[in-house]
Design a protein around this ligand. Structure first.
Ligand code: SS9
Ligand code: ZN
Length: 345
């Protein structure tokens, strides 16, 4: 399997996030991608290629223009107001308040975000545009006939919605790729999100559509971030009704519970007969993950890859979360190796 990778991810290198009531060093750090790339090379997974530049057009197919332009200009506005240190929002509109976009940059950050864990830095724009190109270049490999491809995206994307960022995510790389499949003529694409956290952004983007099936297996939002989406009764709206599946699992879940949820996910996915599959590949389900509470082990990721291969469809793996940095390469690449082994059999 080929890997698409760009060094540009390094430009997203935030100092701190607000987590557990403390300002802590960012869990979402450049070393994450270094560890995965090192493992890809160590096991000789396949060629590593640079992304092509697709411009901002495909990003604007899933994100609103005002949001994209906000992200493009946010750092400069912030620096004018406060100076050159990372931008974080501090308060949000809740019930009883209005959602008019403020003029001041602090208000704009609040307007377009949903957490205080996702700093906008000097290099955020460079990194997020590159990550979208990495996803789109992986898709191009499938279009050329590859059965699988790995887009080593960083920062991740699945929490980012049509006009909001958060959960370390700015552009929804997987959604950008799924939409590009559709725009290239595919009638049905499935997005399978195996990150520990609910793929709220992906779900929001496609919620009223039937041409992109979204499935997410994640920690129950009653217990876990992002808290306000990802419940089992969310199945889509309008034309999208029945084309979105949520499989929440309780804190402490290990492979036995996970395997059953993944089997249910694959049954739904296969019945949909998608022309391609996009996997939002988060490995923060690992037992050693510092911010998560599932108990998957190294070898479970091989099984996960094998199960995903059962669709028999071209599959694009898009990197999402995973914060046990030293184990990240093994876990992520195990999924890819499990997939490859099953496909070749
Ligand atoms: C948990 C706070 C989580 C955001 C995590 C985003 C993960 C993206 N107490 N903060 S994959
Ligand atoms: Zn996650």
């Amino acid at each position: 399997m080929k890997t698409v990778y760009s060094d540009e991810h390094r430009h997203q290198d935030g100092k701190a996030e607000l987590i557990d009531g403390k300002l802590m060093p960012c869990f979402e750090m450049p070393r994450r991608a270094d560890m995965i790339l090192a493992r890809v090379k160590e096991v000789k997974l396949g060629e590593v290629i640079e992304p092509d530049d697709f411009g901002i057009g495909p990003v604007k197919r899933v994100h609103k223009a005002n949001f994209v332009e906000f992200l493009r200009g946010a750092w400069d506005l912030w620096v004018k107001q406060h100076g050159a240190y990372d931008a974080l929002p501090l308060n949000w509109a809740t019930r009883g308040m209005r959602t008019i976009e403020p003029e001041a940059i602090d208000g704009k950050l609040s307007h377009y975000s949903f957490d205080a864990g996702t700093p906008i830095t000097a290099g955020t724009w460079r990194a997020i545009t590159a990550a979208a190109n990495v996803a789109l270049s992986g898709l191009a490999l499938l279009a050329k006939g590859e059965s699988g491809a790995f887009s080593l995206c960083r920062p991740p994307g699945h929490h980012a919605g049509s006009d909001f960022y958060g959960g370390y995510c700015f552009f929804n790389n997987a959604a950008v790729a799924a939409q590009a499949f559709i725009d290239a003529g595919a009638r049905r694409v499935a997005v399978l999100d195996v990150d520990y956290h609910h793929g709220n952004g992906t779900q929001e983007i496609f919620y009223e559509r039937s041409d992109v099936l979204t499935i997410s297996i994640h920690a129950d939002p009653k217990q876990e971030f992002p808290y306000f989406l990802g419940h089992a009764d969310e199945a889509g709206a309008g034309k999208g009704t029945g084309f979105h599946l949520n499989l929440p699992l309780r804190w402490g879940s290990a492979w036995d519970k996970y395997e059953a949820a993944l089997a249910a996910a694959m049954t739904k996915l296969i019945a949909y007969e998608p022309e391609a599959v996009v996997v939002s590949l988060g490995v923060d389900t690992f037992e050693g993950d510092p911010i998560s509470k599932f108990r998957l082990r190294h070898e479970d990721y091989l099984r996960m890859g094998q199960a995903i291969a059962k669709s028999g469809k071209p599959t694009l793996f898009v990197m999402e979360g995973g914060y046990a940095v030293e184990a990240l390469g093994i876990n992520a690449v195990n999924v890819l190796m499990g997939y490859e082994q099953a496909v070749r059999r």
